[in-house]
Design a protein around this ligand. Sequence first.
Ligand code: NAP
Length: 200
Amino acid sequence: MKVLVVGGNGTIGKKVCERFLKKHTVIVAGRNSGDVNVDFSDSNSIKSMFDTVGKLDAIVSIAGDAKWDKFNNLTEEDFYIGIKSKLMGQVNLVRIGKDYLNQNGSITLSTGILADDPVDMTTSAAMVNGGIHSFVKAVALELENNTRINAVSSDLVEDAYEKYKEYFPGNTPVPMDKVVDGYVKCIEGKITGRIVRIFA
Ligand SMILES: NC(=O)c1ccc[n+]([C@@H]2O[C@H](COP(=O)([O-])OP(=O)(O)OC[C@H]3O[C@@H](n4cnc5c(N)ncnc54)[C@H](OP(=O)(O)O)[C@@H]3O)[C@@H](O)[C@H]2O)c1
């Protein structure tokens, strides 16, 4: 399969690409890293990336930011960071990218445990993740050409544990192989409209 991984040079993306490379042709995309550049908070940039890479069998997104802060501190503009990046970035990847998929292609998005089990300071990040879950379930009913769509929702991953452990007291980090398995299940399996939850 020819697979595009937006965020393929990130903490999770690197491990996913290492596994995919054993069986597939992988194109890595990022703002400042990878084989092709994209800022997926900008639809023109997404369109230009797809024009550059051409037809694909799978689109995988493992990217997207949201502002973390106490609810009392978050401004309207702060909420738009997550909405423009992680939420609409991934929605626009689907909206534009579906036309670049071959028959029986797939799209896999990334959310995270905050959708189901938020921690302090995550009203924006949790909201965005939950929005993507609803989007995936709804758009799966409408995609044509046998295109499948799913989201992988991991708990804190092992490779990010040191960086984020203070924010997630008591969360058991997920082994990277288990996280990667979630993405493999989505692109090599047959599921669609599913939120694949990966917890330790
Ligand atoms: N780390 C965890 O424990 C964990 C758990 C569950 C879910 N998640 C979610 O999974 C995703 C990836 O997490 P991570 O820890 O692997 O993050 P990361 O290490 O920061 O990597 C993010 C990757 O995405 C790319 N990227 C970021 N913004 C982009 C944009 N606007 N357009 C295109 N590419 C962009 C970055 O490349 P450039 O810098 O070159 O753009 C980078 O390669 C995030 O959405 C995160 O919320 C993470």
